[in-house]
Design a protein around this ligand. Structure first.
Ligand code: EPU
Length: 429
């Protein structure tokens, strides 16, 4: 069992390079199914969710060859529809993009209902609404989502009742090869939707309006393979920006698109942190106290829900009472019980957390309850006095490449240890 150990209270100095975006990588990797050809995907983040997605593609019959740590060549010509292994698909939320991609290419699909982080119920009704508008029938059979069509898929208008990243992506995947025009109204506007659309357009698709709330897709008869580089991960970047603000010091976060980080930058500045935006890097520096602030998470371009736990740590370190409202997930605050172990005072009422900032935290033994919550525990450990031990770090490794190495390079006293069955421990990185 691996754990992360941090001796906190040290400011961070130096630079951290940001990897490719997890939430772009998964739809683009599964989107290669539609190309039925050889694609080269660059700037892939080497994280567990990506390894898992590549493994699923291999099991489905794709030829997958790593050209280097962050570049993969995938040939999906001979993929077999419905062959994604049940357990592998269940272990990953992003596996539901197989449904849209298989439906688009084969007119049918069979894939396990997805897993992922536990934020309460995670319905897929909007995905199904989109698939059905395009002419598919759906049913749940023994834990599988099964999609079928009698005739070819045809374009149609879909109005999403909730702004859903996953449904927007899945409907795009299903519609690019459908006959006629599809319009997705009230679509999500996240940068990874634009990234997926750019990838598919490079393959020959005809998608316009990605990044706005109305997306138009003109169906094309086929796609072909391309070489495509994934955009930088705004949530990984935001996580290190908040880490620098929490621990203090001066950190340059490189390989970023500053525009994607505006909501995070704005909150840090409001709290008294110095933030300088360059073309493709951001400098975050803090020496003085943090001011209280109110935050509400929303779909892009609002403050990202995937920065909720990390931001909560910063509010605990501020002086005064802040509020943090969750506007996307019904139960994202499970991590606050873990933060309480650091001495944080947080009261949660459904989707609102009232945080009594005390300007400091003390090290604790905690666990990562999900991916972003795990990142928040690491940030709390960096800022807290004394030693912090974070368990269940497999959640963190799903989404952060080399988090220990990246933080150590800016001066953090952080290591990963393996705790054996016999309680013996070994340093592993
Ligand atoms: N929703 C519905 N019906 C649907 C789909 C969604 O009611 O059919 C609701 C959800 O319950 C939620 C809201 O709509 O309240 C938004 O969900 P969305 O579909 O946008 O989320 P997702 O696609 O399942 C992706 C990311 C999450 C991120 C959210 C929001 C992936 C694999 N996951 O999830 O990322 O929190 O968008 O930005 O892309 C993470 O990376 O840590 C993570 C959890």
């Amino acid at each position: 069992m691996d754990k992360i150990v941090i001796n906190g209270g040290r400011p961070l100095y130096g630079s951290i390079g940001i990897s490719g975006m997890k939430n772009s990588a998964l739809p683009i990797l599964f989107g290669t199914i539609l190309a039925a050809d050889k694609c080269v995907i660059e700037n892939l983040p080497p994280i567990k969710d990506v390894t898992g997605a590549l493994q699923i593609l291999k099991e489905m019959g794709a030829e997958v060859k790593m050209l280097d740590d962050t570049t993969v060549e995938i040939d999906t010509s001979h993929i077999v529809c419905g062959s994604a292994p049940y357990e592998m698909a269940r272990n990953m939320r992003g596996s539901y993009y197989i449904a849209g991609a298989e439906l688009g290419r084969f007119g049918r699909s069979k894939v396990a209902l997805p897993g992922g982080c536990d934020f309460g119920s995670r319905p897929i009704d909007q995905h199904l609404k989109g698939f059905e508008a395009l002419g598919a029938r759906s049913n749940i059979d023994n834990g599988y989502l099964v999609l079928e069509t009698d005739n070819a898929l045809h374009g149609d208008s879909v109005y999403l009742d909730v702004v859903s990243v996953g449904a927007t992506i899945n409907i795009i995947l299903a519609a690019v090869l459908a006959e006629g025009n599809t319009v997705i109204d009230n679509a999500a506007k996240e940068p990874h939707i634009v990234d997926l659309a750019n990838f598919l357009n490079a393959c020959g698709a005809n998608i316009s309006g990605a990044g706005t709330n109305v997306i138009h897709i003109k169906g094309v008869s086929h796609l072909s393979g391309v070489t495509y580089a994934i955009i930088p991960d705004m949530i990984e970047a935001g996580t290190y920006m908040v880490a620098a603000a929490a621990a203090g010091g001066n950190v340059t976060v490189t390989n970023v698109i500053p525009k994607h980080l505006e909501s995070i930058t704005a909150k840090l500045v409001e709290m008294g942190v110095d933030v300088i935006e360059n073309d493709d890097s951001i400098v975050v520096a803090r020496s003085g106290p943090l001011s209280k602030v109110n935050v509400k998470t929303m779909p892009y371009p609002g403050f990202p829900t995937d920065m909720n736990p990390q931001m909560c740590v910063l509010l605990c370190l501020a002086e005064g009472t802040s509020t943090l409202k969750e506007g996307v997930w019904e139960s994202r605050f499970r991590y606050t019980k873990e933060l309480a172990c650091f001495g944080a005072e947080i009261q949660v009422d459904q989707r609102i957390a009232i945080v009594e900032g005390k300007g400091q935290l003390t090290g604790a033994e905690v666990k990562a309850v999900d991916l972003r919550a795990g990142a928040a525990m690491v940030i709390a450990g960096l800022a807290a006095s004394g030693t912090t031990v974070v368990g269940d770090i497999h959640h963190i490794e799903r989404g952060y490449e080399k988090i220990v190495e990246k933080l150590r390079a800016v001066g953090a006293d952080i290591s990963k240890i393996t705790v054996g069955d016999d309680d013996s421990t070994a340093l592993v990185g």
